[in-house]
Design a protein around this ligand. Sequence first.
Ligand SMILES: [Zn+2]
Length: 163
Amino acid sequence: MKTKYIIILLVILSLFGVQLETAFASEKVALPIGKQEVEEGNTWMTLEDDAKHFTCPVCDMHHTLEEAKASTVVEGKKYFLCHPAEQAKLRAGASVYLGDHFFVPGNLYSRTHDGATFKDPVNGEIAALNASTIFLSMGHVRYFFTSENTKQQYEQEHVKTSE
Ligand SMILES: [Zn+2]
């Protein structure tokens, strides 16, 4: 009788052991293997909902990240694109497409099909973005302001004067 129990116990233990093994094995598979963090060169967030967007350097359009159809790495940075054909264009003309005119917005509040709003980083006001909106470019990031006043204040706090 005793040996019967021992055999049953051993069977249970071995089954449990197998389960543990597979559990660990699947865990190993789930772990990111050789995960490489590549800095993203053209992504940004809307402040309202933390929705990730990208600005296409080839056609200057803003899209949500889900709308990206391709991406490519240029000089160590990953760029999301709206069309696979833009990969070759960007690689061939990186100095043109990623030149001084290229920017991503730094403080857009929301973005819809009708337009976008921004949040002034100094006074917290939310306003509609239009062609006459005052802005300040810091590298490839552009910040929008509700007045010259808040722009100057932000500039004094964030831009190192070379004079
Ligand atoms: Zn594009």
